[in-house]
Design a binder for this molecule. Structure first.
Ligand SMILES: CSCC[C@H](NC(C)=O)C(=O)O
Ligand SMILES: [Zn+2]
Ligand SMILES: [Zn+2]
Length: 421
């Protein structure tokens, strides 16, 4: 239909703006989003916590602005892509004959940002009036850690004045018909271990060389990695519930103009690991393992963290969003998805890091949810795509969620008029 094709073309317009790190065209994206907000008569502002990195904030005021508000959150930046390895250019937003829209950001997460806007458009056209205020935030820099985006935003007086009660943020596509939802995420610990040792002739067998010392650690780390991976392979645990460890760099050897010196055992060797720690893992025991088994000073080793996000809040409780009846937003999400004809799978721990952590750290409930069922997980991959029918279905899902969320009164009941129910 005509309506459908204008929805898709607005999505394509957003996708075509090259917001890839490390040089995202943030102002182009902000101008586009503000024009979308204006077309929907939303209050709009662009906030630069850091110059050149705008966060677009749109608002639809509720009839009871004193109630905690709903924040529909997304990030505008995308990861880089190797253009030559894509079938269609990653910023062409090519719609193929089977209905797939190929673009960097089609899953992560320009889809979600535009779906929020389209859902508001539907609600406005049906004369819906929110009880709670609705905010849409389009944030920079998620892909590089969110420090100049979500982190500064969550720390700001603007955020405080918004009186946010719940945040919706990104999830992951699901290859099966169930939508996925996320109540927590694993914390990145980026570990660098360094081994020192006795240098010597390449032909000599001796103990306590840097390479031998490092390899003892690598062997120990690999055993641990297997033990965790086996839990997933055996079906005992989900990806987000184990500690993952992957070696991401190895640095050693004595350089020479023709490569590396071959008959010299070096005195230093280094390796880097991307470790992801679930909120329920015991961080102290992992720290001990690192200090005693993976980088023990007794084996002439040292270690540093390039990043070490905490898994617990100040009172020592794991940082996560409740999924039980103490959190009305979860049950409301399930109902709303169901009402719109969707099915929600069991809540999961997001395997990587998202901006949700900045909101959860402040004690706010944050739910990771990107309505993409029957879709392969292609975030950060070549040929990232989303089928237009899944995109359109997702808009209906958000329409349903936003209706229910924005209508929740302070007694925990649906405060919408009977007509709205
Ligand atoms: C720690 S900042 C980097 C954030 C990135 N997020 C995703 C979703 O890939 C990651 O987990 O590596
Ligand atoms: Zn993302
Ligand atoms: Zn991403």
């Amino acid at each position: 239909s005509e309506e459908e094709s204008s929805i898709i073309s607005r999505f394509q317009q957003y996708l075509k703006i090259n917001t890839a790190q490390p040089t995202p065209r943030y102002h182009e994206a902000a101008d586009f989003l503000i024009s979308q907000g204006k077309a929907l008569s939303l209050e709009s502002q662009s906030i630069e916590f850091v110059a050149g990195k705008p966060l677009v904030l749109l608002k639809w005021e509720g009839s009871n602005p004193n109630l905690p508000s709903i924040l529909l959150y997304s990030h505008t930046d995308v990861v880089p892509s190797e253009h030559s390895k894509w079938t269609h250019h990653p910023f062409s937003a090519h719609l193929d004959s089977s209905g797939r829209i190929f673009s960097r950001g089609s899953q992560d997460m320009k889809c979600v940002g535009m779906q929020y806007l389209e859902a508001l458009r539907l609600l406005k056209s049906h004369n819906f009036r929110p009880l709670r205020s609705l905010y849409l935030a389009f944030s920079p820099d998620e892909e590089i850690g969110g420090h100049d985006g979500a982190e500064k935003f969550a720390d700001s007086s603007i955020f405080q004045s918004m009186n946010v009660g719940v945040v919706l943020d990104e999830g992951l596509a699901s290859p099966d018909p169930h939508y996925r939802s996320f109540y927590a995420e694993r914390s990145p610990w980026w570990l660098v271990i360094k081994a020192f040792g006795v240098p010597g002739h390449g032909a000599k067998l001796y103990d306590n060389s840097a390479m031998e010392n490092l390899f003892k650690s690598i062997e120990s780390i690999r055993r641990f990695r297997s033990s965790q991976f086996d839990l997933i392979k055996a079906g005992f645990k989900a990806e987000g519930d184990v500690v993952s460890v992957n070696m991401v760099f190895l640095k050693a050897g004595t350089p020479s103009p023709t490569g590396f010196v071959m008959n010299l055992q070096p005195s230093e060797a280094e390796a880097g690991f991307d470790i992801r720690v679930p909120p329920t893992a015991d961080p102290e025991s992992l720290e001990r393992r690192i200090a005693e088994e993976w980088a023990p000073s007794s084996r002439n080793m040292s270690f540093t963290f390039k990043q070490k996000a905490h898994t617990r809040d100040k009172s020592g409780k794991p940082i996560l969003t409740k999924t039980d009846s103490s959190n009305p937003w979860w049950a409301l999400l399930e109902n709303a998805v169901q009402k719109a004809g969707g099915k929600l799978g069991k809540p999961e721990v997001f395997p990587a890091a998202t901006d949700s952590r900045y909101f959860r750290e402040r004690g706010l409930p944050a739910i990771g949810f990107s309505p993409m069922a029957n879709t392969p997980v292609l975030l950060h991959d070549h040929n990232e795509f989303l089928h237009k029918d899944e995109y359109l279905k997702g808009i209906k899902i958000y329409e349903s969620i936003i209706k229910v969320y924005a209508s929740l009164d302070d007694n925990g009941r649906d405060g919408a008029s009977k007509d709205e129910l």
